[in-house]
Each structure stands twice: as structure tokens, then as C-alpha cells.
Ligand binder design. Structure first.
Ligand SMILES: Nc1ncnc2c1ncn2[C@@H]1O[C@H](COP(=O)(O)OP(=O)(O)O)[C@@H](O)[C@H]1O
Ligand SMILES: O=C(O)[C@H](O)[C@@H](O)[C@H](O)[C@H](O)COP(=O)(O)O
Length: 184
């Protein structure tokens, strides 16, 4: 596979996005962004109180992340982004930005992000396994009680999205190896 330039590691809270994303970035020598670090204070407080975010809460956050990806792609800097990206519309915003306007011919950075330069790594697993991991995780603002709301809105990637699916049941070395294999 031609190097995609952007790896989006997605899945529900506790599926391993941050852990797997950081590991892949380190193996590849790519820049790593954790979408958790870009939530507004309001969003963090809302989630910490056990209230799921709405589309309105998420859209500005996703637009900011899109801008970051575009900037790095334009500079030729490959990146790994760990982001829940639960719905297809959210992934579209990450790729194309918040506007539905058609791409302009001079907008080469946008075209390159939309043109298969982004590989989605979907970390899939059962509610029970992931809930167990959230119960063990310490020092994170996201309460395990929000996991059901994440599964409720989850839209796993499907064709024509450019994606691979990896089970969270696997150990970290095996997950990383599966992604590295897909990148060959
Ligand atoms: N493949 C795995 N096997 C076992 N534990 C894992 C695996 N991936 C992640 N974990 C652990 O599960 C917890 C949640 O992982 P994390 O990376 O924080 O998930 P997310 O970023 O998706 O919320 C962490 O304690 C992490 O160490
Ligand atoms: O869209 C959302 O509701 C949030 O982004 C959520 O999906 C994300 O999971 C939190 O940021 C918690 O962070 P962790 O995924 O690392 O638990």
C-alpha cells in the first residue's frame, strides 16, 4: 500500500486508540496527535459529569483536528491521529472539514486527504472487554458509564472508506504488526 500520510486510529472509549496510536507513531517515526487533548473545557466537563457529547459539541473539535491534519499533510508530515470518530459523518469532517462545499481545484491539500491518503484503523471489541479495561484505567476524565452511549452511536467503517479492522482482543504487538503489514 502507498503510505497513506495519515493513520486514523478510531473506536469507542477504552478500545486502545491512545495506546495503539502512540505505539504506531513511535514505530513509524510519524507525528502523534491524541484527539482527547483537543476537547474544549466544556466538553471535558460534560463528559466527566457522565453526559455524552452531542454532534454540536463534537463538530468544532473535529474541524480543529481536520485543520491540523491538513496542515501536516500539506507539509509532507505523516501523522497518526487517535480519535473516537464514531460516526461516518465525523470521519468525513476529519477528511474534508466542516463544509459541504465541493472541493476547489486549487485546494490540493484537501484533495490529497480525500484521495485515499488516510487509512482508518478501527479497533473493534466487545462491550464487556472494553468496559473491563475502562474500569481498570486510572486518571482519565472519561467515565466508564459513557461506554454504552458510544456503542449506541458507533458506525463502524465500511467501503468505500479506506480501512482495516483489528480486534482489541489481540495484544499490542500483534495489533501493531497487523497495521504495519497493511501499510506494506
Ligand atoms: N490490546 C490491548 N490489550 C490489553 N490492554 C489494552 C490494549 N489496548 C489498550 N489497553 C489498555 O486499555 C486501556 C484503554 O486504552 P486507551 O489507549 O486509553 O483507550 P482509548 O484511547 O481508546 O480510550 C488502557 O489502560 C490500556 O493500557
Ligand atoms: O466523541 C466523544 O464522545 C469523545 O471524543 C469520546 O469518544 C472520547 O472517547 C473521549 O475523548 C474520551 O477519551 P477516550 O476515548 O480516550 O476514553
Amino acid at each position: 500500500m502507498e503510505a497513506p500520510g495519515v493513520l486514523l486510529v478510531m473506536g469507542v472509549s477504552g478500545s486502545g486508540k491512545s495506546t495503539v496510536g502512540a505505539l504506531l507513531a513511535s514505530k513509524l517515526g510519524w507525528k502523534f496527535y491524541d484527539a482527547d487533548d483537543y476537547h474544549s473545557e466544556e466538553n471535558r466537563i460534560k463528559m466527566a459529569k457522565g453526559v455524552p457529547l452531542s454532534d454540536q459539541d463534537r463538530i468544532p473539535w473535529l474541524c480543529t483536528l481536520h485543520d491540523i491534519l491538513l496542515r501536516d499533510v500539506a507539509l509532507g508530515q505523516p501523522v497518526v491521529l487517535a480519535c473516537s470518530a464514531l460516526k461516518k459523518t465525523y470521519r468525513n469532517i476529519l477528511i474534508r472539514g466542516g463544509s459541504d462545499a465541493p472541493l476547489k481545484s486549487d485546494d490540493s491539500a484537501k484533495e490529497s486527504l480525500a484521495g485515499g491518503k488516510l487509512l482508518v484503523v478501527y479497533l473493534c471489541g466487545s462491550f464487556d472487554i472494553i468496559y473491563g479495561r475502562l474500569l481498570q484505567r486510572k486518571g482519565h476524565f472519561m467515565p466508564p458509564e459513557l461506554l454504552q452511549s458510544q456503542f449506541s452511536i458507533l458506525e463502524p467503517p465500511s467501503a468505500p472508506e479506506n480501512f482495516i479492522q483489528v480486534s482489541v482482543d489481540k495484544g499490542l504487538p500483534e495489533i501493531a504488526a497487523a497495521v504495519m503489514e497493511a501499510l506494506k
